[in-house]
Design a protein around this ligand. Sequence first.
Ligand code: ARG
Length: 486
Amino acid sequence: MDSNKDLLRGDRLAGMDDLALRLTSSVQSDPKIAKAIVLINLAHVSLLERSGAIDRETRAIISEALSKAYNGYRIDYRLEDVHMNLEMAVKESVGEKAGFLGLGKSRNDQVVTAIRMVVKEELLETARELGSLISSLLDTSALNKNTFMIGMTHLQPAQPSTVAHWLLCYTGALLRDLRRLREAYHSSDASPMGAAALAGSTVYIDRAAEALMLGFSGLVENTMDSVSSRDFIADALYALASTAVDISRVASDVMYLSSTGLIRIADEYVSTSSIMPQKRNAVVAEIIRAKTAVIMSNLESSMEIMRGLNQTYNLDLQEITPRLWASMEEIKPIIKVVGPMMASIKYDEAAMISAASASQVTASDVAEWLSTRYGIPFRSAHQLVGKAIRETEDGGLGLQGLVVKYSKQDLGLDIDAVELAKRFDVVESIKLRLTEGGPNPMESDNIIRKHRQTLLEEGAWVKVESDRIKKAYQSLLGESLRDKEV
Ligand code: ARG
């Protein structure tokens, strides 16, 4: 055998055109899975030995070469991808016996197994970071249970709220994103190994044992499904996109509030202009908003690549992988920067209280009071207050006086002016709100406690899974070292 012959093409095909090779090679994104590929090969040769396909000595020398490659090996586009490069690295160290690596497996099952292994670790890492962000937002909420804030709908002042109430709306959403990351982890946690190209092989590979060695908790059962499905990537990309969308909404709120002067983001998170020295631009928030679009588009383009693909493996699938890694990378700095940025914000509470009072954010409180205190239908009370507000816009009597006037004139009621006055106090309104999950500081306390508990449980889960994976990988590497001593 000519050992300089192309590993794959041999006498079958002439050398590939260089541009064609560069275009179809996956070496750009392969470094991310390089270590996982080594682990898969370690597990695989061990199963080949168990099934009697290779002898102990062959297994031992290949394992030793693989363990060396674990610390790094050359990945050259001329060998198409990481898989052939690893086989070449082993060949350089043990010679033709490296050729046994191709027995009972294919690049098709190998690549998707490696992607699953890496995405599992990445999802755990992202879950850890997201947990820190939520925890930091909960700390900021705890400090601001009583800090007044205007709640908006349609970007118009609507009802009284607090900074904690507003932030807890995001911790709730981000906890759901954390759960999505966990679900995506479960989708990825199944082993395709043993499926080979698409239909397994005539060499018996104990798939369940291989899965266990690689830290998976189960199998992707059908071998065609094993090599051709990437829905676990869509699940991961959706969890990331949803996280980014939620953070992007925080960013939009921050941009708007800082432009009104009601909040001030610390200098560390704003930039100024090269010509207008007065500017304090909320650039971190702007970039988060834009990067969210990119993260979402990675989900869309991945699903676009998947749709319409015939079974089973097509090289189109290779184009999905870099999109996954790109989203995983893009989201990391976003998740890390938001907590400290939010903690840096100073709230101009006095300005928020006076803006809220000026825009009558307790108008619904007044209508509710008229309805429940005097037994009039809420709609009539709502119309009465609306009419009174309309008149204040034309000048003349203040709103309280007008409500008294119209209650008498339209409904024949002598309402209690002292009680009515209390309904115009925007700060008092927060404490009068009885609703579960509302802005009342007691409710914020409850929710902070519940969210902290959920975070603890999620954190424990991340640790259990990380430890389980680490143990599996260490024992694979350890096993090959033991062979060395034999
Ligand atoms: N480089 C490929 C990928 O990333 C690996 C599988 C290639 N399989 C093949 N038959 N060409 O998806």
